[in-house]
Design a protein around this ligand. Sequence first.
Ligand SMILES: [Zn+2]
Length: 400
Amino acid sequence: MLISDVRPWGGERSDVELSGGRIAAVRPHSPSAQATVEGRGRLLFPAFSDVHVHLDSTRIGLPFRPHTGGPGVVAMMTNDRENWRSAEVPLPARVAGTLERMIAHGTTRVRSYAQVDVDCRLEKLDAVLAAREKFADQAEVQVMAFAQAGILREPGTLELLDAAMRSGATVIGGIDPCTLDRDPKGHLDAVFGLAEKHQAEVDIHLHEPGHLGLFSTDLVIERVRALDMRGKVTMSHAYDLGSISESVSRRVIDDFAELDIAMTTVAPSASGQLSLVDLVASGVRIGLGEDGQRDYWSPYGNCDLLDRTWQLAFTRGFRQDSLVELALAVATMGGASIMSPSVARLAGIDDRPGLAVGDRADLVLVDGETPTSAVMDRGKDRTVVHNGVVVADGLTVLKR
Ligand SMILES: [Zn+2]
């Protein structure tokens, strides 16, 4: 397969040959090349990786509804519980439709949460697993059994999480160990116990502020060190860890880098975040996600990770091209390196990986003059390649 006339990361016009699901050659563009895919001078990037998405709570494609969630995690979770069953479309169709729209926009690597609790039991997990199965040839989806409602607050939750891990989840997700369960040691012991039992990775959703968030983070760091779980733990959100002092930020980043603890961000506007530049420059794996998508928690999210890349660049105050491109690198291979520890961490803030000979042919073509202009304009003329096969064109997933 030959993709003709594309500009990898905005560089020279090139023809890219794919073979066996990988990039086999990158040559200067020749007008006589026999193209399977006409690049038409478009930009070529690695496919997007959404490594923090709640596919199970989506209302994408449904009528817009007013936001009814109260402030705080518990009130929002209660609002979701009161509404998710009565949506206009059954959950499995909503989840599959959302994943389809993500693929159509260029995301072929997805790490999705699936809430597991005494209300939904394994129903949300089953819907996410079914969508993963349905689009197995078009995207790589990792599923996380997520204790959105805590683990210790409601008897029976731990057993359900255990069942979820037996059902096909490969990541176990904890949340706010201090503020939700109000028992950080008990919560994290349960999460890391399940990880050990099922040889699973760990992801901790952290909304806790300042010193409380730092305290929870240090308990995680302690466990990663003691259990030698390097490369198997991700901190999600953790958007206030940079608010305490420069030396604390430095120490946390150094610990994350040393222990290969990854981070995911959904590009919030919070002012106390660790510096994205410092995280990448220090070798911390960091990826981007859309979080909930137009759901009972928030009206944001539209399945387009390029949109969220714009938001990442905007909220971090990036203006220089090199920094906007850094946001693209995070949104593509940054996330890929979280899903597959064998994918190298970004080697620095100027690293633009994913398009070399031998790399996996998971690609997206986007119209635009330069990578920065592609982020600013978020053009719709896209072609998506997964595992060496065109899976979407013109924002439509192709039928197999
Ligand atoms: Zn989330």
